[in-house]
Design a protein around this ligand. Structure first.
Ligand SMILES: [Zn+2]
Length: 467
């Protein structure tokens, strides 16, 4: 077979590779064969080297980035957007989120993941880390259809006050077994786009037995663990009181040898200097979710963690914690919040905190490292998978451009993303989502969300004088 028929050349574009040398081609070309990047370089050189009947696409005026990696998102919570705005944390969890999640059906999870996936693709995401939901098989079905790449995780809790009855009925061993089965069924499926990780929702809903068994199983399966860690001060206080350590969750996890390089710690807002050292030494990866942290948790010491050598990436968290599942917005917020945070912590402003190139790294290659997938994705390099975002900066949002790298972080909006390729296939082209009928998903989501809230007995109080 003539392999040239499977080749596509994107040329005349600015290519921000995010490789180890931070190479940016002002007029670059990338050659894709099947799902792999087989060449990248200056357009004229590549076009001379690959003459013949390839599929050619002239992208003059466009920018190419590696597919963005969202390392913490709750796809199941998309139907719950707006169910818990401006409420305190306990109301958020016990009266809105748990009733919502515990009443979800397989189909709700499927529709929710489709809706979330559409928003992720529109914001340039090709790969995400699921934070943990109830129906992993439905998520897998939706991810396969959307054409995305994902590390999927079941939400796992085996203890804690006030858990819905259907959840507390399962024993620790059953929860471990169910994840083993999901791994056997879905890991490395959808042309290798789906991986199965293990989940721990958070320490206040976990026994020590669950933590140890999860650590051991992850080692045996050679997969990752996704866990919310040190989200709020109350969590640390509960750990001090019940687990007899002098600080919070990270200190306890260090003590039981749970901190490993395959652990993804979501948020990690309330960590002290010693704990940052533990995370760094163990190679734990942190997912920083700027919008969600501002709304519910507090300032994470992101700059300190990065300076200590911790790999920190970006996540959106779920729709009831953030409302916007846009990595473009998170990049913008990450930089601004951490500049402000620096001023708050030290009394001196520092606009150099989290500069644009670092934020781009967090959203791409460091996201890939966080999901243990950097051998295949996260940068545009020969031999890596063709996961590519195509940006048209020529609109009121970004013009004029004097510094193209900072423009991508400070000026770009989701609307500037025009096309997305994942695993060598177009999943959005010229702003059209290709693999699902977007209008149909929106209408199904409206219906499913209404029925789910009724079933869960969740009613959202009216605000202002709505007549
Ligand atoms: Zn979360």
């Amino acid at each position: 077979m003539d392999s040239r028929k499977n080749r596509m050349i994107l040329y005349n574009a600015m290519i921000v590779t995010m490789d180890a040398e931070s190479r940016v081609y002002e007029n670059g070309a990338v050659v894709i064969e099947s799902d792999i990047i087989i060449a990248i370089g200056q357009s004229d050189v590549i076009l001379r080297q690959f003459s013949g009947s390839h599929h050619l696409l002239d992208l003059r005026g466009h920018v190419l980035l590696p597919g963005l990696v969202n390392t913490h998102v709750h796809t199941s919570q998309q139907l719950g957007r707006g169910i818990a705005d401006d409420v305190d944390l306990m109301t958020w969890l016990h009266r809105r989120i748990w009733p919502y999640e515990s009443n979800m059906t397989e189909n709700d999870s499927y529709v929710s993941t489709l809706l979330c996936g559409i928003e992720l693709i529109r914001s340039g995401v090709t790969c995400f880390g699921e934070a943990g939901g109830q129906h992993v098989s439905s998520m897998a079905r939706a991810v396969e259809l959307l054409g995305l790449r994902a590390c999927l995780t079941q939400s796992i809790m085996d203890s804690g006050e006030g858990l819905p009855a259907s959840w507390s009925a399962q024993t620790t061993d059953q929860l471990i077994q169910s994840q083993k089965e999901l791994y056997e069924k879905h890991h490395d499926t959808a042309e290798g786009r789906i991986k199965i990780w293990l989940g721990i929702r958070q320490i206040m809903n976990s026994t020590d037995h669950l933590l140890i068994e999860t650590r051991n199983l992850a080692k045996e399966l050679k997969t990752g663990i996704h866990m919310h860690i040190a989200e709020i001060q109350f969590e640390n206080q509960v750990v001090v009181d019940t687990r007899k350590v002098n600080h919070g969750t990270v200190t306890f996890l260090e003590k039981i040898d749970f901190l490993q390089s395959n652990l993804l710690a979501a948020h990690s807002v309330w960590v002290n200097d010693d704990e940052i050292g533990y995370l760094s030494r163990a190679g734990v990866k942190v997912s920083h979710c700027p919008a969600s942290a501002m709304r519910m948790l507090g300032f994470a010491p992101v700059r300190k963690m990065i300076q200590a050598g911790v790999c920190v990436s970006l996540g959106t968290d779920g729709a009831p914690s953030n409302n916007r599942m846009s990595m473009v917005d998170e990049m913008y917020l990450a930089s601004l919040i951490n500049k402000g945070c620096e001023a708050f912590a030290t009394g001196t402003t520092d606009p150099t905190a989290l500069p644009a190139e670092l934020v781009l790294k967090m959203a791409t290659i460091d996201g890939a490292k966080t999901l243990l997938w950097d051998n295949e994705i996260g940068s545009l390099e020969v031999g890596k998978k063709a996961d590519i975002v195509i940006i048209n900066p020529c609109s009121w949002t970004m013009i004029p451009i004097h510094d193209s790298i900072s423009s991508l972080v400070y000026s770009m909006r989701t609307e500037n993303i025009v096309s997305v390729i994942c695993n060598g296939k177009w999943i959005m082209k010229d702003k059209n989502i290709l693999n699902v009928d977007e209008g149909e998903v929106i209408s199904q989501a409206k219906q499913a969300s209404k029925e789910l809230l009724e079933r869960a007995g969740i009613s959202i109080p009216k605000r202002m004088n709505i007549i």
